[in-house]
Design a protein around this ligand. Structure first.
Ligand SMILES: C[S@@+](CC[C@H](N)C(=O)[O-])C[C@H]1O[C@@H](n2cnc3c(N)ncnc32)[C@H](O)[C@@H]1O
Length: 310
């Protein structure tokens, strides 16, 4: 399904209005099978209720909520990542080069699983000459906020779509593809990587951030979950262990964080893919060489702790 933010505010949408083209419309330029008109009788609403939370109604693989609590968490996590990376991306100099304005070329960025669109919004401020497309299963507050109260910059377009279906309609269209923490909603991450390679223009770049679902101690050793028959272990690690199992059973690519290097190496279009491990402290326990760095790490630690609690 494709929802173009430019066309309407979601809140105004009448679910009985199907195939209207006014609110939901297929991209005329795209013959892609993943793009189809919205039909209330076939598709129902875009959101569904489950155990008191709101979830997307497009893809049963992705089982994290799509409600205000989750959207606020995503926005806070975005600030956490900015602080951790010291930038909006993992390779800001490369991104500067790739998105540098060039006569006769419209630079384009695609954010897969864009969430609230908070990363795109910051990117649009930093590189205002670029066109941005965000894709997600559910329209978030940021994306569906009314144009007057919470407007997205005009160079961001948002599409509601399941990226598991196909990305062919984007082929050779983007200079940068970005995806952060979408693994739980991706049924075949290896296939997605191959499709991303096609979506990129020559010289383009993909940036992915996926978590490992284990906890590590200060020496980098994995912390074991506690189980009923054991006297030691961590309850936090147990929560992660159970979450991993639950998301895995729904068909998500939970192993993406650990497998990225191998999977990227398999795609011949990617030249020298590089994977870096980033450890986030949980809580305010780290000490660095300088007071300033200690403050930064403790702030990150506190933000990570809060994120874990949400
Ligand atoms: C954990 S959130 C991260 C959001 C955003 N990337 C960020 O870092 O702020 C994952 C997002 O990916 C979206 N997503 C997961 N699977 C998807 C799929 N198959 N197609 C489109 N979006 C998907 C979810 O709806 C959710 O908004």
């Amino acid at each position: 399904m494709y929802f173009d933010y430019e066309d309407s505010a979601l809140d105004d949408h009448d679910p009985e209005c199907c195939h209207c083209g006014e609110h939901f419309g297929a991209r005329s330029a795209s013959p892609a099978p993943s793009v189809y008109s919205f039909s209330s009788s076939r598709d129902g609403h875009m959101l569904r209720e489950l155990h008191g939370r709101t979830l997307n109604a497009l893809c049963e693989t992705y089982m994290l909520p799509a409600d205000d609590t989750e959207f606020q968490r995503l926005n806070r996590a975005h600030e956490l990542w900015k602080l951790q990376l010291g930038a909006l991306t993992m390779a800001p100099d490369l991104v500067d080069q790739i998105l540098a304005p060039q006569e006769g070329v419209q630079r384009r960025v695609l954010d897969l699983g864009t969430g609230t669109g908070v990363w795109l919004t910051d990117m649009a401020q930093k590189y205002p000459w670029v066109e941005y497309v965000g894709v997600d299963l559910a329209p978030s507050i940021g994306l569906r906020g009314s144009k007057t109260e919470n407007p997205l910059p005009p160079n961001i377009r948002v599409e509601i779509d399941d990226i598991n279906l196909d990305l062919k309609h984007y082929n050779q269209s983007f200079d940068l593809v970005h995806a952060r923490f979408i693994g739980p909603g991706i049924t075949d991450y290896r296939r997605l990587l191959k499709e991303i390679a096609q979506v990129l223009r020559p010289g383009g770049m993909v940036m992915l951030l996926e978590p490992d679902w284990e906890l590590y101690d200060e020496n980098g050793d994995a912390i074991e979950p506690i189980f009923e028959d054991k006297s030691s272990g961590s309850w936090h690690a147990r929560v992660l262990f159970e979450s991993y199992g639950a998301f895995r059973r729904c068909g998500g690519s939970l192993e993406a964080g650990l497998m990225l290097q191998r999977w990227l190496d398999e795609v011949e279009e990617f030249e020298e893919p590089q994977v870096e491990q980033i450890f986030l402290p949980i809580g305010q326990w780290m000490t660095a060489m300088t007071e300033e760095e200690t403050r930064r790490l403790r702030e990150i630690g506190e933000m990570t702790r809060q994120d874990r609690l949400t």
